[in-house]
Design a protein around this ligand. Structure first.
Ligand SMILES: CC(C)(COP(=O)(O)OP(=O)(O)OC[C@H]1O[C@@H](n2cnc3c(N)ncnc32)[C@H](O)[C@@H]1OP(=O)(O)O)[C@@H](O)C(=O)NCCC(=O)NCCS
Length: 171
């Protein structure tokens, strides 16, 4: 099933409300507040502490064209209110190549959501003609390294100072 602006996918969770995934919308800017992330997560995502995003950055991150820039959000619905849990994004950097990044709320990290979002993002990118994936990950960021290595097992991996650079051709 193709990811487009009307796609909503639900994933049951044992003993918890289901998880939903859909494409990001402008009103999701409320879910992107980096001050809700630990400083370590801010650094792992943005490569430096990033406690807030400017209005311009929020617009850039939420008002996407869904072709060259696409983001998937994960949320749970509690009493009719959507609570953001994570976001995965690709930005096309050349006609067939896109850079990927994922952020999961600290209190739900380590439970498979990052890997789920990353896999679905790769699928959405492939649907849009992306053939090569790139990702930059801090060498100390074991969960992200494992997530990328598992989702892109044929990726080439290069050390670049404190970073690892992954590039993978999609099959
Ligand atoms: C990196 C991140 C996206 C991973 O998402 P997640 O939901 O926490 O990770 P998952 O539960 O899907 O686990 C991914 C892998 O890391 C492993 N892992 C998870 N937490 C771990 C921990 N604390 N220590 C070691 N390994 C860990 C998992 O076992 C899994 O590996 P496996 O598939 O080989 O078993 C998430 O931790 C995050 O948002 N971190 C802050 C921002 C960031 O680092 N973004 C990455 C930039 S590309």
């Amino acid at each position: 099933m193709r990811w487009d602006h009307s796609t909503l996918r639900g994933f049951p969770r044992a003993g918890q409300s289901p998880l939903f995934l859909r494409l990001i919308r402008p009103e999701d800017r409320q879910h992107l507040d980096p001050s809700r992330l630990s400083q370590a997560s801010q650094i792992h995502r943005f490569m430096s502490p990033k406690p807030r995003l400017t209005g311009r950055e929020l617009r850039y991150l939420t008002e996407v064209d869904e072709q060259d820039h696409l983001a998937l959000v994960a949320f749970e619905r509690v009493d009719g209110v959507d609570l953001g849990l994570g976001v995965a994004r690709f930005i096309r950097v050349s006609p067939e190549t896109a850079e990927l990044a994922v952020t999961i709320a600290d209190d739900i990290q380590g439970r498979g959501l990052g890997s789920l979002l990353f896999r679905e993002l790769i699928s959405a990118a492939g649907e849009r003609g992306v053939r090569t994936m790139e990702a930059w990950v801090m060498a100390e960021n074991t969960p992200a390294l494992r997530m990328v290595r598992r989702a892109l097992p044929h990726a080439a991996e290069t050390a670049d100072g404190a970073l690892r650079y992954f590039t993978a051709r999609l099959g």
